[in-house]
Design a protein around this ligand. Structure first.
Ligand code: IYR
Length: 224
């Protein structure tokens, strides 16, 4: 039988029990130090760091290995400005124009988010992740994509973790609605904006809400 992908052996690392726990603990402690940041330094960040984070994202498992993501990297002042302006138009309607329902506004109040999105101009990079809702064949025909949200969500999680590993900060910004990103980033109709990530160093003196994460007993149920 002809194989699309020839199969090959795969032998993941194995560790001694103590080592497994130490490594798991270290990885968890590392991730637990990550926070979403809304105050960025304008200090430049090498493009290679962004490329490495996208390469990490690109290792995500995906439905039928269709890899339905595209990361658009924006570093020029004029485009960052356009994105900020367009995002703020939407967010002003959300926050000041009454478009956010009261329950949503109340859920956000402790985070003190506002329609001011200056971080979109300050951060050296904006990375817009697009989800490929369907594939395009070279002849223009469409191919179905499977589990797009799950696949792209996992890729974005790995992207965030990779930035954290380099000492960089980001924020999962989802201006609502996000259609303006399709236009500004000049993406085709099969791609939908998924998450907008400002990427850079946290500003000196940046603050984050002093929140806690729910304990294991609430995150996990051991069914027996
Ligand atoms: N997109 C808006 C509102 C917002 C929504 C949620 I859910 C947040 O966790 C944070 C903000 C904004 O970016 O301000």
């Amino acid at each position: 039988m002809e194989h699309k992908f020839p199969f090959r052996p795969y032998t993941p690392e194995r560790y001694e029990p103590d080592d497994m726990l130490a490594r798991g603990r270290e990885f968890y402690d590392f991730l637990d130090r990550r926070r979403s940041v809304r105050f960025f330094s304008d200090e430049p960040v090498p493009l290679r760091c962004v490329e490495l984070a996208v390469l990490a994202a690109n290792t995500a498992p995906s439905g039928a290995h269709q890899q339905p993501w595209k990361f658009v990297v924006v570093g020029d002042r004029a485009t960052k400005r356009r994105i900020r302006d367009a995002a703020e138009v939407e967010e002003r309607q959300n926050y000041e124009g009454g478009r956010l329902p009261a329950e949503w506004r109340e859920a956000l109040a402790p985070l003190e988010t506002t329609s001011d999105k200056r971080y979109l101009e300050v951060a050296p990079w904006l990375v817009v992740c697009f989800a490929e809702k369907y594939g395009l064949r070279p002849d223009g025909g469409k191919t179905k994509h499977y589990y797009v949200n799950e696949s792209v969500g996992i890729a974005c999680g790995l992207f965030i973790a990779a930035l954290h590993a380099m000492g960089l900060s980001t924020l999962t910004h989802t201006p609502n609605p996000m259609a303006f990103l399709t236009e500004i980033c000049e993406r085709p109709a099969n791609e939908r904006p998924y998450i907008l990530f400002p990427v850079g160093y946290a500003a000196a003196g940046a603050e984050v809400p002093d929140l806690t994460r729910k304990p294991l007993e609430q995150a996990m149920v051991h069914y027996r």
